[in-house]
Design a protein. Structure first.
Length: 199
């Protein structure tokens, strides 16, 4: 996984990220539970060349959706005036774009696993708002909204996967791999939300 110092708050692979409480061996079992295998890794990596020059367009769709749903936008509003926090939304957008590329690279090493836990912490009250100094925003992204976003994110991604002339079955393989990957990542992100000992 390659990061960029140009993306504020993107700390994958740095000492600022704590070790995940989920082990690589446990993640392998999670992959088995999701029927995520080598073919899915290949399909995700194939999708990298498809999405790498469409990141901003994908984010436009996703941000448009979040912006149209008051319950989702609430995580990015100022507590005092109820207006969107532009700098916060912008900072998150840059990291979200890198998340697209990281997902498509499908490199499941310890650094990747650790950063998934960091992402979960940043959605939970444990670390939300700290990365962008957005203390005026909501204290947590409600878990119900976080997990429910798997469908609109993956469903709206599929047309982008089909834009480079791949056969329908290839597009389906890439799409299914993205769905599985998002399920696995959101499950990892849920760790801070789950009672100790229950994950």
């Amino acid at each position: 996984m390659s990061g960029s110092a140009a993306i504020p708050g993107y700390t994958a692979g740095t000492p600022a990220v704590a070790k995940s409480p989920v082990t690589l061996a446990e993640f392998e079992l999670m992959k088995n539970s999701a029927l995520f295998g080598d073919e899915d890794v290949k399909a995700l990596r194939q999708s990298h060349d498809v999405v790498k020059d469409q990141v901003e367009a994908i984010l436009d769709v996703w941000y448009g959706f979040v912006g149209s749903q008051p319950q989702l936008l609430a995580s990015f509003l100022g507590k005092s005036d109820g207006k969107p926090l532009g700098d916060y939304l912008g900072g998150v957008r840059k990291r979200f774009g890198q998340w697209i590329l990281d997902t498509a690279k499908a490199e499941y090493d310890q650094k990747w696993l650790d950063y998934q836990h960091e992402i979960g912490l940043r959605h939970h009250r444990t670390k939300k708002n700290q990365t962008d100094s957005a203390a005026a925003s909501a204290a947590i992204v409600p878990f119900r909204d976080l997990f429910a976003l798997i469908f609109p994110v993956t469903f709206t991604l599929k047309p982008f996967l089909a834009k480079k002339g791949h056969k329908a079955e290839e597009v389906d393989r890439m799409y299914n791999a993205w769905v599985k990957s998002c399920l696995l990542q959101l499950t990892l992100w849920s760790h801070p939300y789950v009672k100790t000992g229950d994950f």
